[in-house]
Design a protein around this ligand. Structure first.
Ligand SMILES: Nc1ncnc2c1ncn2[C@@H]1O[C@H](COP(=O)(O)OP(=O)(O)OP(=O)(O)O)[C@@H](O)[C@H]1O
Length: 601
């Protein structure tokens, strides 16, 4: 027993007591796990790669049976070989030797191709599943929706690690089971040919062993399951520190982060201790069990040999067949660790799969219910009685909004924090669809949204400035002009005027520089309408003025969200949102006039 016993369990399996990190309960009914597994397997064998999948699978099954057959004949060859040796019969010994060598010639390629086909099928499966999941991850902007999902953490880990664990694990287990069945049938046959009593003892011995092992196994599967989750939790803690390094450094939050990481690591250690304890207990049992298994067949076949009823080779054959069958029967216990990480992977992948299905259904439902009607064929932006709600419909953010943005027009949206300014842009973009009313606007590809914190893509400066267009569409002359236009010459100098130079842009550029990069993208893409969500918040007033003047002169209509009153002079119209859902429009003509005068002078 482990310290303290299991009844008053410190045991972190989720079956007893609560989970210290408030993680979801890890134990789900086994049939739900099986359902998830069948869903994932069925999708592969009936999906786009079904032909190679089925072919490889059939080949593996055939090879698996061939391996069993070869083992059967080897067992008899060995028997004759050992008997000839014990009888000092040279002719029979040489004959046995040749038979054995011949069987090895067959056995080696069969075994090698068996393993090779298994790995090839794993690869086909992994390729199909990863491509399929990535496709679905981007479809309907699932990667965006998934942020709000409670049951799917770290989708990245699921698509990379869990798919790999699943696709290699599933074949492993399946083949281990098929192998065990083939071994069982073959060697029970061998034992039966020696003595029926031997089979009866084997069945009894194996049944007792399996029952006891299952009791240990049940506990260990739960513990390994937990280990997997806790290791992921610990790793996620480290990733979070890396991603937020600067903020943590400014806050001097090291002590707090240190404590949090150590707590997560202690959870890992605590669970590992339980695993070690249970493995020790299992060791007492399995070691005694395996030693005894060496003697049991001798107890039955030994007297038969002594009384001259069987040859000596039969004794060794019985021992090896007995060991093979026992190994096949106790396969579950030998695979406990793999089985646990495999079932954790199945659950995590199944949850991701279910969520992606839900998103598809949601998207279809939303499109059908068409809460906010978006017409993408208009030349300009027009809102007709639009009421914006949060995605779940819990909160009304802006009520009965109507306005039209003329060609080359500009609108500034202001209002207190949380009044729904960004949400209005999300709704115009089509990311949020809850609410009522109608929006007329050009197609999405003719719009551009600039958030407060621009996304910096990995790659060279050309790729950075062309985003979201591809590098192939780049015109280097236009790029250098755009760099000049947004006052980014120092960045250009930093890469020695080489647009191919790759830099870690997120960590190297200041937020203000990143915002200027976003404006350069805007001038390169030249959309019909630009939406700027506090897109100049990190810039000094001179740079902000420069960018707005250039934007005003570009002919692009724009809608800005911002708090600074200095923005007013760059816009024609002001829309103020209030937290109660009401809104007010007013003209800023004077401001815009002042801007024009400034530009002239
Ligand atoms: N995904 C979401 N689900 C539910 N509510 C949300 C979601 N995103 C934002 N909200 C809520 O909607 C309200 C409006 O958010 P929004 O980001 O539009 O505010 P904002 O006016 O742009 O604020 P700020 O000026 O602080 O940026 C807030 O109360 C916010 O908590």
């Amino acid at each position: 027993m482990l310290p303290g016993g299991l009844a008053n369990c410190l045991c972190p399996t989720g079956e007893h007591g609560s989970n210290p990190r408030g993680m979801p309960s890890l134990h789900k009914p086994h049939f739900r796990l099986a359902k998830k597994f069948l869903l994932l397997a069925k999708a592969f064998f009936t999906g786009g790669s079904k032909r190679p999948a089925r072919l490889w699978f059939a080949l593996i099954l055939a090879l698996c049976i061939a391996v069993g057959g070869v083992q059967y004949f080897i067992s008899f060859a060995m028997r004759d070989f050992v008997t000839a040796l014990s009888q000092r019969d040279q002719t029979a010994w040489i004959h046995g030797l040749w038979k054995f060598v011949g069987l090895c010639f067959i056995s080696v390629p069969v075994g090698v191709f068996y393993r090779y086909s298994q790995e090839r099928l794993s690869l086909v499966w992994r390729r199909w599943m990863t491509q399929h999941l990535i496709k679905r991850y981007f479809y309907n902007r699932a990667y965006y929706r998934i942020r709000a999902s409670e049951s799917v953490d770290n989708p990245d880990q699921r698509i990379s690690e869990d798919v790999r664990t699943f696709t290699t694990g599933v074949l492993n287990f399946f083949l281990v089971i098929v192998n065990s069945i083939v071994t069982l049938i073959t060697f029970v046959g061998v034992l039966w040919s020696i003595s029926g009593q031997l089979v009866a003892v084997l069945v009894l011995y194996a049944t007792v062993g399996t029952i006891v092992s299952m009791l240990f196994g049940k506990r260990l599967v739960g513990l390994y399951f937990n280990q997997y989750q806790r290791e992921a939790n610990f790793r996620y803690g480290l990733v979070r520190v890396r991603e937020n390094a600067e903020s943590i450094a400014f806050y001097r939050g090291e002590k707090r982060e240190h404590r949090d990481l150590i707590e997560r690591f202690n959870d890992v250690l605590e669970n590992t201790l339980w695993i070690i304890g249970w493995t020790r207990n299992l060791g007492f049992f399995s070691n005694s069990y395996n030693y005894l298994a060496l003697i049991v067949p001798s107890l039955i076949v030994g007297p038969m040999y002594i009384h001259g009823r069987v040859e000596f080779g039969v004794v060794t054959q019985a021992e090896s067949a007995f060991a093979q069958v026992l190994a096949a029967v106790s396969i579950i216990i030998a695979q406990i660790e793999n089985l646990s990480s495999f079932s954790a992977g199945v659950r995590r992948l199944g949850d991701l799969w279910d969520n992606l299905d839900t998103f598809d259904e949601e998207d279809a439902r939303e499109a059908e219910e068409a809460q906010i009607e978006i017409n993408e064929e208009a030349l300009h932006l027009k809102l007709d009685d639009v009421t914006v709600q949060t995605p779940g419909g819990e909160k009304v953010l802006a009520r009965d909004l109507s306005f039209q943005l003329p060609r080359r027009g500009s609108l500034l949206i202001m209002g207190e924090s949380g009044s729904g300014k960004s949400s209005l842009l999300r709704t115009i973009a089509g990311l949020w669809q809850s609410g009522t009313g109608a929006i007329d606007r050009p197609a999405h590809k003719r719009l551009m949204f600039l958030p407060q914190k621009p996304y910096m893509v990995p790659g060279n400066l050309r790729a950075q400035l062309m985003y979201p267009l591809s590098e192939e569409d780049a015109d280097d002359e236009a790029i250098t002009k755009a760099i000049e236009k947004v006052n980014l010459d120092d960045i250009y100098a930093r890469v020695d005027g080489d647009l191919n130079k790759v830099v870690d842009w997120t960590n190297v550029l200041s937020l203000g520089e990143q915002q200027r990069v976003a404006f350069a993208r805007l001038f390169l893409k030249k959309p019909s309408i630009a939406f700027l969500d506090e897109a100049t918040s990190a810039l000094d007033e001179d740079n902000e003025r420069l960018l707005y003047e250039r934007l005003g002169g570009s002919g692009i209509a724009y809608v800005s969200v911002g708090h600074r009153s200095t923005l007013k002079e760059f816009h024609d119209t002001l829309l103020v949102l209030s937290k109660d859902g009401s809104s007010e429009m007013s003209s800023l003509k004077n401001g815009k006039k002042k801007e024009k005068e400034a530009r002239k002078s």
